[in-house]
Design a binder for this molecule. Structure first.
Ligand SMILES: [Zn+2]
Length: 253
């Protein structure tokens, strides 16, 4: 059994969470980084972490899907108030899909991200970054904030941004989409092992609309491990060890 860490999980969205965490422990997980998406989600993440000390490690964030001008003060205020209890800032980032921009335009997203990353910088926390269709701007925001520690989670962006991510010492993380998603597979092939983490982004539904469709949970980090090992041409054991060390180092676990 490998010692694995799911470095990006939305545990607050999972029903029957106690059973799911027990299953994760049995599958060999050593820890989970539970990311928050908004005020309510951040509260739940902190509660879960308090009940499962060491195993559930909280990150506080504000997902770009939920950003609203009117909620800035409440969300940022909460994150500032509780950041000392968290191992990281996240999930935060930019999402330039038109449905997201219709709710929070690029400028609002960038302004909020800039402010949250300043909290990470001030408290020396790593950030878990969402960057869909906004890879260059998300990368620039992290660099401009002066952050030394960040992971571009479920990275599917261009090779040129990926090169900059790697050169700057940041990480990307591998989800079970590595089994089939072309852009994600390419990124995993191109990234060195030293800059790689494993995650599930659970409870995301993978292989949607196919006979292999499944709703993920932290134990599915094994799927990320298995396919990434094949793509990298290393043993699962070696990849498990390296990615777990990477996660321990990045999040200070
Ligand atoms: Zn996520």
């Amino acid at each position: 059994m490998y010692q694995l860490i799911d470095t990006h999980a939305h545990l607050d969205e999972i029903e029957d969470i106690e059973q799911v965490l027990a299953d994760a422990g049995e599958a060999g997980l050593a820890a989970v980084v539970a990311v928050g998406s908004d005020l309510e989600s951040n509260r739940k993440v902190l509660e879960l972490a308090a009940r499962h000390e060491k195993f559930v490690n909280p990150a506080l964030g504000w997902h770009p899907w939920f950003i609203k001008e009117a909620d800035i003060e409440a969300n940022l205020g909460f994150i500032k108030a509780y950041i000392h209890e968290a191992v990281a800032i996240g999930e935060v980032g930019l999402d330039y899909h038109k449905r997201v921009r219709a709710v929070a335009d690029k400028e609002l997203q960038k302004r909020v991200l800039g402010e949250i990353l300043q909290i990470a910088k001030t408290h020396d926390k790593p950030a878990s970054i969402h960057s869909r269709y906004a890879w260059r701007d998300a990368y620039d925001a992290v660099v401009n904030a002066g952050l030394e520690k960040a992971v571009f989670h479920w990275y599917t962006g261009t090779s040129s941004v990926l090169r900059d991510i790697i050169e700057n010492g940041y990480y990307i993380s591998v989800t079970p989409a590595v089994e089939y998603h072309e852009e994600h597979r390419r990124a995993v092939k191109e990234a060195p092992l030293e800059r790689m983490l494993l995650e599930t982004d659970c409870p995301v539904v993978y292989q949607r609309g196919t006979e292999n469709e499944f709703t993920s949970s932290p134990a599915d980090v094994l799927r990320s491990l298995r396919e990434a090992a094949v793509l990298k041409g290393v043993s699962e054991e070696e990849l498990a060890e390296i990615t777990t060390q990477n996660a321990v180092r990045l999040f200070g676990l």
